[in-house]
Design a protein around this ligand. Structure first.
Ligand SMILES: [Zn+2]
Ligand SMILES: [Zn+2]
Length: 285
């Protein structure tokens, strides 16, 4: 009689986080060193996470400054992309279970130009995000909310997200229904229509989506995406990652169990793992 067979646990990934040091004066400064990478890995290991992916915001790096117009982006556009990439690669060379990613904003007609600027680096995956509609923030108040109706914000948000999905420039969509951040939603039929359209776009484009716990920390107090949207993705065979969107090391793996439970509830059994922008599926941990 051999040992009882222990079924493999599957894999847990946290594929969305920002390489930051300790918060200071209300901001979370980038600290682009392998030591910072190690701090994030230690927290992840303590939470039984197998692999983490760094996805710093693309607008923090001066190499991309031509693309930005808004003060919000230009004020932040001062760090060195080579230093960021170097810190994560140094972590990799130390044998740490880390992946090199970037959170790439939708920039409309300049998407190809932005893609070209970041093309020289050895990304494992690129995360695509929409944070603005008509160049005004969706995730700040008042932001776009005192200029457009809720329905207009949602339509604008999902139109841009679908464009980004179909652009071929990103591998995973971040926080896919960010427009619900303040708990405002249009009529249910419109929500359902927009959910179906984005699920269709991702399926056509072969783009994955993340199940993110960041929404639990926002006014809406829910995971991104809604269960109904995740079910629409599942129905069309759109693969998933799981993500905390941590802006401090303490938040790595934040409530990932809830994201995994939601994914299972709608029928997912596997999670996407990326390397060199190629995706493979592993059993969901
Ligand atoms: Zn984001
Ligand atoms: Zn993020």
């Amino acid at each position: 009689m051999g040992e009882p067979r222990v079924p493999p646990r599957g894999m847990i990934v946290d594929y969305h986080m920002h390489l930051r040091g300790a918060p200071a004066n209300g901001s979370e400064p980038l600290v682009l060193t392998a030591e910072t990478v190690e701090r994030f890995v230690e927290i992840a290991a303590g939470k039984e996470i197998d692999e983490i992916g760094f996805t710093e915001h693309v607008y923090y790096f001066h190499q991309t400054e031509h693309v930005w117009r808004l003060p919000y982006h230009l004020e932040r556009c001062s760090y060195d992309l080579d230093a960021y990439v170097g810190a994560v690669l140094e972590g990799k060379s130390r044998g740490l279970p880390v992946k090199l990613g970037l959170e790439v904003d939708f920039v409309g007609e300049q998407q190809a130009e932005l893609a070209e600027l970041i093309e020289p680096y050895p990304w494992d995956f690129l995360l695509g995000s929409v944070h603005e509609v008509l160049q005004v923030a969706v995730d700040q108040e008042p932001g776009i909310w005192d200029r457009l109706s809720v329905e207009e914000v949602w339509r604008g948000y999902f139109r841009d997200l679908a464009h980004l999905a179909r652009s071929g420039h990103v591998d995973v969509l971040a926080h896919p229904d960010l427009a619900k951040i303040y708990g405002r939603r249009p009529e249910p039929e419109i929500v359902a229509e927009l959910h179906n359209e984005i699920a269709e776009a991702c399926a056509d484009a072969g783009v994955a989506v993340e199940v993110s716990t960041a929404g639990l920390r926002k006014p809406v107090g829910e995971l991104y995406p809604d269960e109904s949207l995740l079910a629409a993705f599942r129905q069309r065979g759109v693969p998933i990652t799981t993500a905390s969107d941590a802006h401090t090391s303490e938040l790595v793996g934040f409530e990932l169990g809830q994201a995994i439970a939601l994914a299972r509830r709608v029928g997912y059994e596997s999670v996407s793992v990326f390397e060199g922008r190629r995706r493979r599926q592993e059993a969901l941990g």
